[in-house]
Design a protein around this ligand. Structure first.
Ligand code: NAD
Length: 491
């Protein structure tokens, strides 16, 4: 049975189109693994067409040349349209990704907010100015780089796409989005909403398809100036390699295995709430998930028991139900991968909660909220990103050991520290090798702050004016105000 959803098409030069070679692929509903619809599958020729449109829009069109206020007006209009379609967009996201509807609505609202935020931010973007002696005034201006290839993953796809598209367009760049093949539907919906805002043709384009046949030609395309990528670390490395010949500017938001460090002096009730929410929300498919729980010895047993009890209570089920907390994983292939880690965890730790498919959910990619305790730092489930509802707990007996454990992975995206001793909390936060830390807090984002990771979690920062540093070139202008000395060669 096919659910009644319009076939997602490419969006190129202001038009919705099938693939030039007529290929298509199926997208599945993770609750049932039945086909929702066929999706236009792009290949190199479609990428060429989209890049040509984006190139024309950038080189000849009004977009990079119009007053910033006017461009910001388009973005605000997109935000308004998204807000009025929020429920529909959220429902499509639930159908295509299995995100629980309550969380999908939050993500849809955040996607709209991203457009509003960058529309405001671009208007406040200032340069640097220095008086150099009495004879010079030097200043910088921001100029859009050009055509951006935006390559996105399947977790919270709409929100992550908007997080790239909004600053990209605000800066005056034009874009070709290649959304993930497991979550294509809301990218085409987003194109519809952007089309409604009446942007000049070619400013924003979408080409669906697979990484190797659509993503790769975008990365190697000489007409593309920069690539903003969010996805797995291994894919990020391939993209950097493939973009080297055309000297692409890269922004890389990659994997994570973030620690939640809980000291005995923490507000333990709030720490349990945050730890449980932080790993099981968004179906555990969250790059900043706190997936390693590091707990001080003296409270370890009680804290793990409390977290286990809450994990057991997490409501797994139909993602269209407003009371569902944990929906199905995105795809049967990903499900098998996560289940493989759960099987490893059963050998590498002590199963406290979950570990199975819920008995009342025989179809779809459902998995219980799972917690393993007593996991050694060398374990696969401690070291590797699982990207599912799986939390591993490990004890520590000193602050030094907590920091050492926190840093003993190849990733460094986020971290969470819980202690009422703020001096200790700050010191630990500063000692964790990571892009971001939250102290006594769940993952609440301030969009002005830089977002990104260190080590194998990424390169570069997005968010606030940091996004514009990626999408803009800085040009320095030196102005002589007086008659400074000029050597007179050959005089
Ligand atoms: P993925 O790397 O498999 O795919 C991401 C995108 O890259 C998809 O659109 C895919 O088609 C494309 N792609 C694959 N191979 C390509 C190639 N050779 N050239 C160009 N494009 C290619 O990642 P995923 O499984 O979709 O997403 C999950 C991963 O994303 C996790 O590792 C997660 O941590 C990470 N992630 C990171 C952040 C962050 O901000 N750091 C945010 C969300 C997700």
């Amino acid at each position: 049975m096919t659910d009644p959803v319009k076939q997602p098409l490419h969006y190129i030069d202001g038009e919705f189109r099938s693939g030039i070679e007529g290929h298509a692929f199926e997208t599945l509903n993770p609750s049932t693994n039945r086909v929702i619809t066929e999706v236009a599958e792009g290949r190199e020729a479609d990428i060429d067409a989209a890049v040509a449109a984006a190139r024309r829009a950038f080189d000849e069109g009004p977009w990079p040349r119009m007053p910033v206020k006017e461009r910001a007006g388009y973005l605000t209009r997109i935000a308004e349209i998204m807000e009025s379609s929020g429920d529909e967009v959220a429902q499509l996201e639930v159908m295509d990704t299995g995100l629980p509807i309550k969380q999908a609505k939050g993500q849809a609202a955040r996607a709209a907010q991203n457009f509003r935020f960058f529309a405001r931010m671009i208007q406040d973007l200032g340069g640097e100015a220095h008086r150099f002696g009495a004879e010079f005034l030097n200043y910088t201006i921001h100029k859009p780089v050009g055509v951006a290839g935006l390559i996105t993953p399947w977790n919270t796809p709409l929100m992550l796409e908007s997080w790239k598209i909004a600053p990209c367009l605000a800066s005056g760049c034009t874009a070709v989005l290649k959304p993930a093949e497991w979550s294509p539907i809301t990218a085409s919906k987003l194109a519809e909403l952007i089309a409604e805002a009446d942007l000049p043709p070619g400013v924003f384009n979408v080409v669906h398809g697979f990484g190797e046949s659509a993503g790769a030609p975008l990365v190697t395309h000489p007409g593309v100036d920069l690539i903003s990528f969010t996805g797995e670390t291994t894919t990020g490395k391939t993209i950097i390699r493939n973009g080297a010949d055309t000297l692409k500017r890269n922004s890389m938001e990659l994997g994570g295995k973030s620690p939640v460090v809980v000291f005995a002096d923490a507000d333990l009730d709030r720490a349990v709430d945050a730890a449980v929410f932080g790993v099981y929300s968004l179906n555990g498919e969250r790059c900043t998930a706190g997936s390693r729980l590091l707990v001080e010895d003296s409270i370890y047993d009680d804290f793990v028991a409390a977290a286990g009890q809450r994990a057991t209570g997490v409501r797994v089920g139909d993602p269209t139900d407003m009371s569902t907390e944990l929906g199905p994983l995105i795809h049967p292939e990903h499900y098998e991968r996560v289940v493989g880690y759960v099987e490893s965890g059963k050998q590498e730790g002590r199963l406290i909660a979950g570990g199975e498919r819920p008995g009342d959910l025989p179809d779809g990619n459902f998995l219980e909220a799972t917690l393993f305790a007593d996991v050694d730092r060398t374990a696969r489930v401690f070291q590797e990103e699982i990207f599912g509802p799986v939390l591993v707990a490990t004890r520590f007996s000193s602050t030094e050991e907590a920091i050492e454990l926190a840093n003993d992975v190849r990733y460094g995206l986020a971290g969470y520290v819980w202690s009422e001793d703020l001096t200790k909390a700050h010191n630990v936060a500063q000692s964790i090798d990571t892009g971001m830390v939250w102290i006594n807090s769940q993952n609440v984002r301030d969009l002005r702050m830089p977002f990104g990771g260190v080590k194998e979690s990424g390169m570069g920062r997005e968010g606030g004016h940091y996004s514009f540093e990626f999408y803009c070139e800085l040009e320095t202008i030196h102005v002589a105000l007086g008659k400074h000395h000029i050597p007179r060669f050959g005089a």
